[in-house]
Design a protein around this ligand. Sequence first.
Ligand code: NAD
Length: 256
Amino acid sequence: MTKTALITGSTSGIGYTIARAFASKGYNVMFHGLETNGSEIARKVAEEYNVKTDFSNANLMHPEEIEKLIKTTFKKFETIDILINNAGIQYVSPLEEFPLEKWNAIIAINLTAAFITSKTVWVGMKKNNFGRIINISSVHGLRASEFKSAYVSAKHGIIGLTKVLGLEGAGSNITCNAICPGYVKTPLVEGQIKDQSKAHGLTEEEVVQKVMLKKQAVKEFIPEEKISELALFLAAENSSAITGSSFTLDGGWTAQ
Ligand code: NAD
């Protein structure tokens, strides 16, 4: 039976590239995100790769919408074999000015949503004796940078969740792994370049060279395609021994 992948935040950036990669390998894909052209994106990818797709704009801030997203996906595809918790937001500010509502939103979208999606797909994956959960963490799940208190906390948190689900899924052929990319040039990062420029008092070009890529040994943004290749590898049937792990794709950042 054709496998189905649900990828949160897949109407933009990294999630979109991952979704296309899965469709190109014959997976049915549930697109998700807040972009208003989501249905059109899903339709075009279905046509291009001759797979089934659908789209949901569930707001991950609201647990009941997340549960509805999972139910809608089950209803359409009858199964969720691959869950990729990718949606995420960022906010950059010194601690003393960091708004509580931004902290709460980042924890809700970048961490709590992954707990709820995983919990809701779990029974179905157990029943199928197959499941692959891939969490898009970040190099900031392993290292800190100043002015990112909420993001770094959420991304470290999701690595903890990944380890626990790796343990709980053992015996049911459910694996859970995290991918930790360095900087990838997506709309999220375009926004950060602007925010960091204000926080550090630098021009946008200086932010890219002196702040963002400073910690990467390879002074280039990480290509999105590399992340989707790793996600496809982790989703494969024969990747069952790999679980509870975090994979860096960070141009040598954490080697230092
Ligand atoms: P992006 O801004 O291009 O995409 C984010 C997606 O999440 C969008 O589809 C957006 O609609 C969705 N989203 C945001 N808030 C939502 C909400 N409340 N409800 C539902 N959907 C919501 O970002 P990206 O750079 O592609 O990031 C994807 C993931 O990769 C994030 O978890 C991010 O933290 C992580 N990441 C990104 C980088 C990078 O450099 N871009 C590096 C490491 C990790």
